[in-house]
Write a protein that binds this ligand. Structure first.
Ligand SMILES: N[C@@H](CCC(=O)N[C@@H](CS)C(=O)NCC(=O)O)C(=O)O
Length: 205
């Protein structure tokens, strides 16, 4: 059985939803990141990066959301969570890599500025710019998104729970979701999926 380490409200939600959508055999273990559990010696022995998500598999521990999502899609092909044709799969990876390397990093400047600076003025400046930089990322997603219903078009894929996870952070980042009608509609469509409701209820409990 796989084991997912996650935290409430974190990017690990995308992996949690994907485990559920895949019908995977897994156990979800919650870490309280506000209390610093991700830096406990016990967890650092699982994931030396001190972050969630971490997926413990029979092959070893996997980290980084795009890698976890692709692994789950490929190990649960019956769930059809990613295209198999190489170019189409690369498009999915490009989308998820953008969320991971650019949108998530822009969002992290709100509360995690200490990763990059110590000067209080620099930290305040990083936080101040978050609504602008996060909105610029969502503008790019909005402009490149097909009419839907999903990120890749007709078929639900590993891109959808990841975009859902990030777009659910919008209000907290000071971005009005009504500026991005396709992303906003996508968020509510994904929220209505049974697997998503189930995981959200479990993480909120
Ligand atoms: N690139 C990683 C980012 C992981 C990450 O930054 N996770 C955050 C939660 S969204 C975390 O664990 N933060 C705790 C900390 O920084 O101490 C991924 O996409 O999986």
């Amino acid at each position: 059985m796989m084991r997912l380490y996650y935290a409430r409200g974190a990017c690990s939600l995308a992996s949690h939803i994907t485990l559920e959508e895949a019908g995977a055999d897994y156990q979800a273990v919650r870490l309280n990141t506000a209390e610093g559990e991700q830096r406990s010696p016990a967890y650092l022995a699982v994931n030396p990066k001190g972050r969630v998500p971490a997926l413990v598999t029979d092959r070893g521990v996997l980290t980084e959301t795009p890698a976890i999502l692709a692994f789950l899609a490929q190990t649960h092909p019956q769930a059809k969570l990613a295209p198999t044709e190489p170019w189409a799969f690369a498009q999915a990876q490009a989308f998820n890599s953008y969320l991971c390397s650019t949108l998530h990093v822009a969002h992290a400047h709100r509360h995690r500025g200490a990763r990059w600076a110590d000067d209080p003025a620099a930290l305040a400046e990083m936080t101040r710019k978050v609504p602008e930089t996060v909105a610029a990322c969502f503008q790019l997603v909005e402009d490149s998104m097909p009419e839907g219903p999903y990120v890749l078009g007709d078929a639900y894929s590993i891109c959808d729970p990841y975009l859902f996870t990030m777009s659910d952070w919008m209000e907290g980042d000071g971005v009005d979701p009504r500026r991005f009608p396709k992303v906003h509609a996508h968020r509510e469509r994904v929220r209505a999926r049974p697997a998503v409701s189930k995981v959200l209820a479990e993480e909120a409990a």
